[in-house]
Design a protein around this ligand. Structure first.
Ligand code: ZN
Length: 195
């Protein structure tokens, strides 16, 4: 690889500085017949639309316990999380949830029902979790996890969870488990509310 000077790699900011088609610096303006400011190339005319990203994950359950992973990476390193991550191209949400569960925890699960669909507008994301069942408590944390283990419902590390979509999904699970009635929950997380 020529001109390689990076010591490490990181996710680039969502807004590119240059047009990916012709390398002209990006201009922000409202294109004709549009109603929002977009990243536009005034040289070649390309409009670089940005849309929310999908985060897909699972709620893996074994013996009435929930699998959580201790994050090895930022953001929110060293906090516990449900296995989840950005959906990849050419996969379904279900495949993405299974893949993330395998990559982060080394756990193969049987996928259950769609469980939570959570809008996170301030982060421009939608988080989707599926119920999932593990056959045993074997774990093999991948490079993005420092640890992975199953927690009893009364020993969830509430003070050290990664994201509000994780804590709200676990709260719904505990409530539904108490009522012995699981249903899909759709809601949005407001940046100004604690959870
Ligand atoms: Zn261009």
């Amino acid at each position: 690889m020529k001109n390689k000077t990076a010591d490490f790699y990181f996710p680039a900011p969502r807004t590119s500085r240059y047009c990916s088609q012709c390398a002209t610096p990006i201009t922000q303006l409202i294109p004709p017949d549009d109603n929002r400011v977009r990243d536009v190339c005034e040289s070649c005319g390309a409009v670089h639309y940005q849309n929310p990203r999908l985060v897909v994950g699972t709620v893996p359950v074994w013996n009435n316990k929930i699998l959580l992973c201790l994050r090895a990476i930022e953001p929110r390193a060293r906090t516990w999380t449900l296995p989840a991550g950005f959906m990849e191209l050419n996969e379904t949400t279900a495949q993405g949830g299974l893949r993330e569960t395998w990559e982060e925890a080394g756990v193969r699960v049987g996928l259950g029902e769609l469980y939570t669909v959570i809008d996170v507008p301030h982060a421009n994301q939608v988080h989707v979790y599926f119920l999932a069942t593990a056959e045993n408590d074997h774990v093999a944390p991948g490079p993005e996890s420092l640890d992975a283990r199953y927690f009893d419902l009364d020993e969830i590390p509430w003070d050290n969870l990664s994201f509000r979509s994780v804590s709200t999904t676990i709260r719904h699970f505990i409530e539904d488990h108490k009522n012995n009635s699981f249903t899909t929950h759709y809601y949005s997380i407001d940046a100004n509310q604690p959870y």
